[in-house]
Design a protein around this ligand. Structure first.
Ligand SMILES: [Zn+2]
Ligand SMILES: [Zn+2]
Ligand SMILES: [Zn+2]
Ligand SMILES: [Zn+2]
Ligand SMILES: [Zn+2]
Ligand SMILES: [Zn+2]
Length: 238
């Protein structure tokens, strides 16, 4: 099986077999073990193995993926993290496995993309060649225009959103030609102002669905339906 990372172990032959996975024969990566037989494997290795057969690779007892839990023993994890590895890209030696992630971020041989990759610049290369590329990248000069356009587009979207809200507000206010009113027209049976008399629920703003006290009602329809003062202020500026 392939090594899962871009490093190789230094003096791998000298590493204690107790720290090695019997599926891939390398030191454990994200070790998991099971109570059923106590055997430990790399997470990836046992996942792949169990796709084929539901038995422990060591003792052949019947196990399922759900029987495995991550190894959390500090001593084991520390031993694994302290193993020394060599980067296969830049050949730097004696990197602790636990800090290889940090090395990867700054490895001089790592492959990076152009900062204009979002503008479809296809360039990739080693990190130390990046600044040279970016000086001559044809997308560089387009960047300010694109940023400006994105900015404008965002503003436009906000405007469209605002307009849609306003239209919703107006369609509630002028519901099928039966416009809501600021005053109560049918006090004798109004379902909004006198909801309790009519066994109605507390009125809610049709726009923002907030429960309303009388004082917060801007418009209503005695048959039911109302709009709050907050929504009116936003969508019906007088
Ligand atoms: Zn393994
Ligand atoms: Zn086993
Ligand atoms: Zn490296
Ligand atoms: Zn570029
Ligand atoms: Zn409202
Ligand atoms: Zn009313």
């Amino acid at each position: 099986m392939e090594l899962p990372c871009e490093y190789e172990y230094m003096n791998e032959g000298l590493i204690d077999d107790e720290l090695k996975c019997s599926v891939c024969h390398h030191p454990f990566e994200s070790p998991v073990s099971t109570d059923i037989c106590g055997h430990t494997f790399c997470k990836k290795c046992i996942e792949t193995w169990l796709l084929e057969q539901q038995t422990c690779p060591c003792c052949r007892r019947r196990v399922l993926l759900s029987n495995f839990n991550p190894v959390s023993t500090r001593v084991v994890l520390n031993l694994l993290n302290r193993l020394h590895v060599q980067c296969i890209l830049c050949r730097q030696r004696n990197i602790e496995r636990g800090s290889f992630k940090d090395h990867k971020k700054q490895c001089v041989e790592r492959i990076v993309t152009c900062s204009s990759a979002d503008l479809t610049c296809k360039w990739t290369g080693k990190s130390d060649e990046l600044s040279q590329h970016e000086h001559t990248c044809p997308y560089r000069s387009v960047r300010p225009i694109v940023d400006e356009l994105r900015n404008q587009n965002q503003k436009l979207q906000l405007t469209v959103q605002k307009q849609a809200e306003q239209i919703r507000f107006l369609s509630i206010l002028f519901n099928n030609g039966k416009a809501m009113s600021q005053n109560c027209i049918r006090e004798d049976y109004c379902r909004v102002f006198f909801f309790s008399l009519n066994d109605q629920e507390e009125p809610k703003c049709d726009m923002c669905h907030a429960s309303l006290r009388h004082i917060n009602i801007a418009f209503h329809h005695c048959d039911g339906g109302c709009l709050c003062k907050d929504c009116s202020k936003i969508h019906y500026p007088s």
